[in-house]
Design a protein around this ligand. Structure first.
Ligand SMILES: Nc1ncnc2c1ncn2[C@@H]1O[C@H](COP(=O)(O)OP(=O)(O)OP(=O)(O)O)[C@@H](O)[C@H]1O
Ligand SMILES: [Mg+2]
Length: 282
């Protein structure tokens, strides 16, 4: 091969390489552009989530709050007496508004968890105080039902270091469900140590129970079991899904046993003391 031929071949190879590089370059540029588009879409999704959160908290909660306070003024008859019928109507308005506002609160909590905006703030507290607060919260409901709500004395349990508000929210959901789906007998709340570092809270009821095959999906969003009792009751089916997510935030888990016609046991198992990494993961 002559020098000239060699140079020509090298030149050709060089040209081919350059063309290939050029193509690769264009490919990379196209990929970059695609990434940009996807990043923009992600930004938009996260914007939407934030906007949804602020709509929910401001645009929904504020007017609901005003309706509640105005119905409060009306039933207190500060602007003059109401007829019996008017009383009944105003009570309808405030009950419906309270239900709507509970629903908005649940949705807001879910959206906040999804957006990673829920903060866990652990503190030391005593089980006795938590049970006392829950007992007070349910007293007005228990007073008008035939079902007993029993809090077993938490004996020999150490103080907990966790987010007591989240734990209370989990137990409140369990207890309010148990009271909803129990027409006679009792709802029993208890706590026991599991090993050295875990605690298990259980809410047992003597209510309608849940069929085995439905237990698996119970903790998903909007899951509700069809039953004659269900038709009379309101609810969105978000309570248990929130319980599950809160329990995970507290480093634990939820579970259920149930037997139709006999009763259900909903429980949550969490660490006695919340590990530091869970606190930062907000
Ligand atoms: N203790 C229980 N006994 C029988 N069924 C239950 C019990 N707890 C929950 N369930 C069933 O699980 C469903 C889901 O419960 P969840 O708390 O998620 O929703 P909800 O109570 O219907 O509505 P929300 O809590 O959002 O107001 C209930 O609708 C009911 O069918
Ligand atoms: Mg519920």
């Amino acid at each position: 091969m002559s020098d000239a031929q060699l140079i020509a071949r090298l030149q050709a190879e060089n040209d081919a390489l350059r063309a290939e590089l050029e193509e690769t370059n264009q490919g990379v540029l196209a990929l970059y552009a695609e990434l940009d588009i996807q990043a923009e879409q992600l930004r938009q999704a996260s914007d939407l989530k934030s906007r949804f959160l602020s709509y929910m908290s401001h645009e929904f909660r504020t007017p609901l709050g005003s309706i509640l306070s105005i119905t409060g003024l009306l039933t207190d008859e500060l602007d003059g007496p109401l007829s019996q019928e008017q009383h009944r109507q105003v009570t309808f308005i405030s009950t419906a508004t309270r239900e709507l506002s509970d629903m908005v609160d649940d949705l807001l909590d879910l959206a906040k968890i999804e957006a990673g905006r829920i903060t866990i703030s652990p503190a030391w507290f005593d089980m006795l105080d938590l049970f006392a607060a829950l007992r007070g919260m349910f007293r007005p409901i228990v007073d008008v039902t035939a079902v007993d709500l029993i809090f077993e004395e938490p004996v020999g349990l150490p103080r907990l270091y966790t987010d007591d508000k989240k734990l209370a929210q989990i137990l409140r959901n369990f207890i309010s469900n148990a009271l909803k789906f129990t027409t006679r007998g009792e709802v029993r709340v208890s706590a026991e140590l599991l090993g050295n570092d875990m605690i298990r809270f259980a809410v047992n009821d003597t209510g309608i129970g849940i069929a085995q095959e439905l237990l698996g999906t119970l903790f998903e969003d909007f899951a509700q079991v069809d039953s004659p009792l269900q038709k009379r009751l309101r609810g969105t089916g978000l309570g248990l899904s929130l319980c599950k997510r809160f329990a995970m935030l507290l480093g634990g888990e939820v579970g259920v046993h149930s037997e139709p016609g006999v009763g259900s046991c909903f429980f949550v198992i969490i660490p006695l003391a919340l590990a530091q990494e869970n606190v930062d993961e907000t």
